[in-house]
Design a protein around this ligand. Structure first.
Ligand SMILES: Nc1ncnc2c1ncn2[C@@H]1O[C@H](COP(=O)(O)OP(=O)(O)OP(=O)(O)O)[C@@H](O)[C@H]1O
Ligand SMILES: [Mg+2]
Length: 264
């Protein structure tokens, strides 16, 4: 039997102070799909993503990740399966050096020696950080964009089957943003990306999901949704730049459906 790697059924969540952050969310994501999650500030994007690796547990409704229903006994397996990059890298980075931070996850998975070294070097390079310069730095002292890149490298180093990003380009300069887009484009795993960067969504994601005040108000092919100006305005979103400059040629290839991987 094939599972969708992410299946969410009637999920609702209210914070302790009574704020209803998610209401009756239904969503499934197929293996190998790249999906954008968009919506105004406070629409529930981060709250939804925090459910995907069990930082928040469903208060009502159901959530299945891979073949695991979201239950405390599956948390460890789920956290190896889903790599979540937090919106704020300070919530993610906690070791005294960049190297210790990046090796922490894979070491816990039992990776050691040369394999560990190669994997972590590779991931630092992948996010545009030279290990020679950065491995011994303290994450605390890095710039916002450097922190964000270390946080992404640390999650990549665990080689999860699902990548979940919360605003991955928020602090990146244009060149780092471009590198990250190219990197994600090459990665075959399932990706869910919460973002205000609608041009990134357009370039990278076949499908877009729109949240508004905790409700999933629309989902469909990204060009269709992000080309609907009236809808976007209604939900406090703006046209991607590449749609709002009519005389510019689109700087990305037409979005195509990727073949789904089987057997996840
Ligand atoms: N710890 C918390 N306690 C109470 N309410 C919270 C908490 N965290 C978030 N909220 C509320 O839940 C709602 C959803 O917040 P969430 O952070 O999921 O939004 P978001 O879509 O990620 O926003 P942003 O674009 O600003 O990152 C908001 O109304 C927010 O104020
Ligand atoms: Mg958020």
């Amino acid at each position: 039997m094939h599972h969708n790697p992410i299946a969410i059924d009637d999920l609702s969540y209210a914070y302790a102070d009574g704020t209803q952050a998610l209401s009756h969310i239904n969503l499934s994501i197929a293996a190998g799909e790249r999906v954008a999650l968009v919506g105004a500030n406070g629409s529930g994007k981060s709250t939804l993503l925090l459910h995907l690796n069990g930082i928040l547990l469903p208060q009502s409704g159901r959530l299945t990740v891979g073949e695991y229903p979201m239950q405390p006994e599956h948390l460890q397996a789920i956290r190896n399966f889903v790599g979540l990059v937090f919106q704020n890298p300070d919530d993610q980075l906690f070791m005294p050096t960049v190297w210790e931070d990046i090796t922490f996850g894979p070491m816990n998975q039992g990776v050691q020696g040369k394999d560990l070294h190669h994997r972590c070097h590779h991931c630092l390079y992948a996010v545009g950080l030279d290990p020679e310069r950065y491995a011994q730095r303290s994450p605390e002292n890095l710039s916002g964009g450097e922190k964000q890149r270390v946080a992404i490298a640390g999650v990549l180093a665990m080689q999860p089957q699902i990548l979940v990003f919360d605003e991955p380009t928020a602090q990146l300069d244009p060149r780092s943003r471009r590198q990250l887009i190219n990197l994600l484009q090459q990665m075959p795993m399932t990706q869910l990306i919460a973002t205000h960067d609608l041009d990134l969504a357009l370039e990278l994601c076949d499908r877009t999901i729109v949240l508004n005040r905790g409700e999933l108000v629309r989902q469909g092919p990204t060009p269709q949704i992000l080309g609907d100006q009236a809808f976007l305005q209604q939900h406090h979103l703006e046209l991607p730049l590449s749609y709002s400059r009519p005389y510019c040629q689109l700087d990305h290839a037409p979005v195509q459906a990727k073949p789904a991987m089987s057997g996840v």
